[in-house]
Structure formats: C-alpha cells, structure tokens
Design a protein around this ligand. Structure first.
Ligand SMILES: *Cc1c(COP(=O)(O)O)cnc(C)c1O
Length: 329
C-alpha cells in the first residue's frame, strides 16, 4: 500500500532499528539516560539554542512550550488553522487557562503582521494579557520567508512578546530554503520539532529554547505524564534521524513536485498551487471521493486534498501514483 495520508506513517528502517537496539539507556526522569541527553544536546546545538527537551509527541512539545511562556489569563496569537489552535484538543485553554486569539493565515502561511499588531491588546483590565505570538513552519507545506520572520521577530520584540514556532516540519522549511535550521529558529524563543514526520522516527518530538524556558517545560512535561524512563531507545532513533534523514528531505520535495507537475496536465484534477515542500495540495473544492476510491483500488491511500510525500514513497510508487491519476483522468 502507498500511503499519502501523512508523513507520520513511515516505518523505521533497518538502520534506524539497529541504533535503537544498540542504544545506551538510563532513567531519563533522573536525567540519566545518556542517549536522551545526547539527543537534547545535539538538537540544541543544531538549532542554535541553549537547551532542548525530548517529548513523546508534537502536541505535548507545543503544549509545554505554551505552558512555559504563558500563565492563566494570558493570550497567544495564532493562526486559525494552526495545529496549536485547531488540532490539539484546546489543551492550552483546558490545561493552562491560556486564551487563544486566532487570526486567519494568509495564502502564504504567514500571519499578516498588521493584523497581528492590531490583535495585540493594550494594558486594560478588560482584556487577556497578550503574551505570545505563535507561527507554524511549514504551514500546510508552505515555507515562511526569512524576511517575514525578521519582521515578525521585530514586532514581537517591540511589544515584548514571546515567540513560539510550531516547527513540526521546520527541517522541510530549512531544506527548501537551503539554510541551516538555526537561521529559522533564531527568530523564536521556542521551537517544537517533530521527529516522527518526515524525519521518519517512530515516536518523538523536541522543544528547543533557552535554559530557563526548557527547565519549565521539563516540569510541565512531567506533570502531563511525559516523563519517560529508558527513553534512549526512542532518542537513538531521533539522533539517527537528525544526522541522516534531514539531507534526504529534498527527495520528498522532488517527489511532490514531480506529482504536482504531472497532475497539472490532467483535465479533471486541479491544484491549489505548486508544492514548496513535501505536500501536494489539490484545490480546496475538489470532490475527492471518486478519486480516493479509484486510487485505493490501485493500492494508494489518500485522506483528502493533502497528499504528503515521505521516505516510504519510492520513485516507483510515484510512477504508480501518476499512472493511477492518468487512468482516473
Ligand atoms: C503533526 C503535527 C504536530 C504534532 O502532532 P503529534 O501527532 O502530536 O506529534 C504539531 N504541529 C503540526 C503542524 C503537525 O503537523
């Protein structure tokens, strides 16, 4: 089966399983798992931050970031369709008493800065206290321009607001822009990174940031039940992925581009726009069910208008996808 529903579906390769098998472990709640410690040090250095904390999921690494920046009655400004607002069960509000202030994303995945500025509340007892600005990169496969991030960062600094990036796929952005990931992360106080998406680990996310914030995040992680014990088995996969799987992300981007280019020539399939990373987005108004059914019969799973390319989609698979789309057309 070819599975384009998400890049979370990747299976660990034999090489990854081997390093997991060989991992040195200890009790990470005591800070004694050497592999987790190495992963956190490596991730902090790679992203240009002081510290990192390993979490079981991206939902949790986002949440412990938000909980570390904000207190009850604080507000974070966030995209309407952002994962941290729409797809995390309202965790920040439920568990932190943190009020979201959602704004629509622009077509390019950014939050327009004039609208962000208008949404920042003055010091007035009527309002929640605006504390944090939150972006997503990549956002629906789109890469935020570095120039935009500079302006965003300057705005946050002008209002003394903290900055969090949901960087579930920030390495896809870095690879697409051919810059070290630290050049993206420097515009944020904290960045949440998924190891279990395109980086192809079975489990794991990281929150990176300054010492003090990460210390607080570690406390929240424990409270949320995310303090794992011999987590080195999982961290070993993470280390392997950061060392070996970042450079190959461009292959996923190329596969997405190849599929998009071929689809653009077909009469009854329309794209939203050209892919920038590993996602092909069909036009929002596409009636996907007939196509979905046709593809399923050819052994290809899609979940809707978003088709996600990853390590487990081979070049042969791309040919099969194109054949199936052509026969549908
Ligand atoms: C996948 C994802 C997350 C985290 O999801 P988990 O399934 O909890 O690991 C966060 N943000 C974005 C944009 C994502 O795609």
């Amino acid at each position: 089966m070819i599975d384009l529903r998400s890049d979370t579906v990747t299976q660990p390769t034999p090489e990854m399983l081997e390093v997991m098998h060989q991992a040195d472990t200890g009790d990470d709640v005591y800070g004694e798992d050497p592999t987790v410690n190495e992963l956190e040090r490596f991730a902090a250095a790679l992203t240009g931050k002081e510290a990192a904390v390993f979490a079981p999921t991206g939902t949790q690494s986002n949440l412990i970031g938000l909980l570390s920046h904000c207190q009850r009655g604080h507000e974070y400004i966030v995209g309407h369709g952002a994962h941290t607002y729409m797809y995390e069960g309202g965790g920040a509000a439920v568990l932190g008493g943190i009020q979201p202030c959602p704004l629509p994303f622009a077509m390019d995945g950014s939050l327009p800065l004039d609208e962000v500025e208008r949404a920042i509340k003055p010091d007035d007892a009527h309002f929640a206290i605006t504390r944090l600005l939150c972006l997503e990169n990549t956002q629906a496969g789109k890469v935020l321009p570095l120039e935009y991030l500079r302006h965003f960062s300057a705005l946050a600094q002008r209002y003394e607001l903290r900055r969090h990036l949901d960087g579930a796929r920030v390495f896809n952005a870095a690879v697409a822009q051919s810059v070290p990931v630290a050049q993206i992360c420097e515009h944020f106080d904290t960045v949440s990174i998924c190891l279990s998406k395109g980086l192809a680990c079975p489990v794991g996310s990281l929150l990176v940031g300054d010492q003090e914030t990460i210390r607080s995040a570690r406390r929240w992680r424990k409270m949320l039940g995310g303090g794992m014990r011999q987590a080195g088995i999982l961290a070993a996969a993470g280390l392997y992925a950061l060392k070996n799987n970042v450079a190959r992300l461009h292959e996923d981007h190329e596969k997405a581009a190849r599929v998009a280019e071929a689809l653009a020539t077909l009469p009854n399939i329309r794209l939203q726009e050209e892919p920038q990373t590993n996602m092909v987005m069909l036009a929002q108004d596409t009636v996907v069910e007939p196509l979905q059914q046709h593809l399923l019969e050819a052994g290809i799973k899609i979940s809707g208008v978003r088709w996600v390319f990853h390590q487990d989609v081979s070049d042969d698979d791309v040919d099969k996808i194109l054949d199936a789309c052509r026969s549908f057309a």
